[in-house]
Design a binder for this molecule. Structure first.
Ligand SMILES: O=P(O)(O)OC[C@H]1O[C@H](OP(=O)(O)OP(=O)(O)O)[C@H](O)[C@@H]1O
Ligand SMILES: Nc1nc2[nH]cnc2c(=O)[nH]1
Length: 179
């Protein structure tokens, strides 16, 4: 375990097993469909690549970069698209892939946007969800794990751009924040 981490919430093995379950569920639900898998960079990248390999069926990849302002305090947080999808989404079955849903503001803006653009369907897969932090009610179609209101890192999630490469999900020691 990294010396900055005080507790491992989910081990590499636990994550792998859960991602396999989600992949099987998605495979079953999307039979006969061609999924446009949309990863929200950067945090989702690890989950995205693992989940994609657990889906048995046709999948295309696309990515977005978003940032939100005011999301932690208000449901009317502003979400800026820093990099848009390359694909024309009209008539496509989109599965948005996120690492974590916190306030829900990011997805509450993205989902209607993709539907407005003419997507046939838009569903959401997230590795982690913090329901106690929700400001906007957003239906989550595939959820890896519900977690309490603790700041977690690893498996794509960062603190100050670090720890994304940890293979597990962990809680940082308080002293790491106070420096
Ligand atoms: O539910 P919300 O409160 O809207 O928060 C969730 C968003 O915040 C995180 O991204 P972040 O802005 O940290 O960027 P990153 O993925 O590049 O780390 C996460 O990946 C989601 O996109
Ligand atoms: N890295 C990281 N980003 C977040 N964004 C919202 N909650 C979290 C969290 O617990 N960890």
């Amino acid at each position: 375990m990294h010396s900055d981490v005080k507790q491992v919430l989910f081990t590499e093995e636990q994550i792998k097993a859960r991602v396999r379950e989600l992949g099987a569920q998605i495979t079953n639900d999307y039979k006969g469909k061609n999924i446009l898998l949309c990863g929200i960079l950067k945090g989702a990248v690890t989950f995205f690549t693992d989940l994609a390999r657990c889906i048995d069926g046709p999948v295309e990849f696309d990515f977005m970069v978003c940032s939100s302002y005011g999301a932690s305090t208000t449901s009317s947080g502003f979400v800026k698209i820093r990099k848009d999808l390359d694909s024309d989404v009209r008539g496509r079955d989109i599965l948005i892939v996120e690492d974590i849903i916190d306030t829900g503001v990011t997805l509450s803006k993205l989902k209607p946007l993709l539907l407005e653009r003419g997507a046939a369907s838009v569903k959401i897969a997230t590795l982690l969800s913090k329901p106690s932090r929700r400001k906007v009610d957003i239906p989550v179609d595939y959820n890896g794990f519900e977690i309490p209101d603790a700041f977690v890192v690893g498996y794509g999630l960062d603190y100050n751009s670090r720890y994304r490469n940890l293979p597990y999900i962990g809680v940082l020691k308080e002293e790491v924040y106070s420096h």
